[in-house]
Write a protein that binds this ligand. Structure first.
Ligand SMILES: Nc1ncnc2c1ncn2[C@@H]1O[C@H](COP(=O)(O)OP(=O)(O)OP(=O)(O)O)[C@@H](O)[C@H]1O
Length: 257
């Protein structure tokens, strides 16, 4: 699944939020979007998962403009794990994960044995099978997030969009979620705040500031001390550890470098 964005502009509430974004994501690439709060990461992702329509510019999915896909067909291609998941009804965990099967079914088609098997496998994968009959809203934030990942897995897509997916998760489940996602071998586009996590999982990183892309490259190319200072206005040390992993340490004001 290849995805390109060309000259994407979005205006919201009278402000230009995205000011001409160009991006090209290759098949099976794990791409992270980093940048300060309010830089436009979620807005860009929302254009990709069709919650927002760009004012100008075009997003292409496998060479075809996204807006020419039926919503059901793009939902067979792209699944979303985001941080906001509110439902007006008291759905069970199993019902929420079953929603991931909807794009694969005809209107009013009943859930079949294959759907139940997929739902069970996906709940097992995120370690939440024992919760299948619980009411979704009764789960903790982190448990809900893992159910939303299971729903996305049940959608069986070639591309996953992650909008700050690890917000509610403790470190074990942050790594678990991203390990599961990485093991799928699908195209991944994720907004990530933690630079150490981004460096550990991403093939390439796009950095955004004030609605513009300001850098694109491998984690090693993008995550440098000077660039972190430019992007976030904080001091940091960037080193490689004994496993060759990038390691970012920040310097609070009370700690001298
Ligand atoms: N519906 C809206 N109306 C007006 N402004 C909006 C709307 N939605 C988002 N914005 C503004 O657009 C800017 C970019 O928001 P966005 O959520 O894309 O940023 P982000 O990089 O994902 O931030 P964060 O890291 O805080 O999640 C913000 O300044 C936000 O206030």
């Amino acid at each position: 699944m290849k995805l390109t964005a060309s000259d994407i502009h979005v205006e919201l509430g009278g402000n230009e939020i995205l000011k001409g974004i160009d991006a090209a994501i290759k098949e099976k690439e794990f791409v992270g979007i980093i940048g300060p709060n309010g830089s436009g990461k979620s807005t860009l992702l929302k254009c990709i998962y069709r919650v927002l329509k760009p004012d100008t510019g075009v997003i292409m999915l496998d060479g075809k403009p996204l807006n020419e896909y039926k919503v059901k067909d793009s939902a067979k291609a792209l699944a979303v794990v985001s941080q906001h998941n509110y439902y007006n009804f008291e759905f069970s965990v199993q019902e929420i994960v079953m929603m991931g099967r909807a794009p694969h079914k005809k209107t009013m088609e009943r859930d079949n044995a294959e759907d139940y098997k997929i739902v069970e496998e996906c709940l097992e994968k995120v370690g939440m099978l024992p919760y299948r009959h619980r009411v979704f809203s009764s789960l903790s934030g982190g448990e809900q997030q893992r159910i939303i990942l299971a729903r996305a897995l049940a959608q069986k897509t070639d591309c996953l969009i992650l909008d700050e997916p690890t917000n509610h998760l403790d470190i074990k489940y942050q790594l678990q979620l991203l390990d599961i996602v990485k093991s799928l071998g699908v195209t991944v586009i994720g907004a990530l705040h933690d630079l150490n996590i981004a460096a550990a999982y991403c093939d390439r990183i796009y950095a955004m500031k004030n609605g513009r892309l300001v850098a694109c490259g491998t984690p090693e190319e993008v995550i440098t001390e000077d660039f972190i200072h430019m992007l976030y206005e904080v001091d940091a040390t960037v080193k490689k550890d004994e496993y060759g992993m990038l390691n970012v340490t920040y310097h609070p004001l009370h700690v001298k470098k």
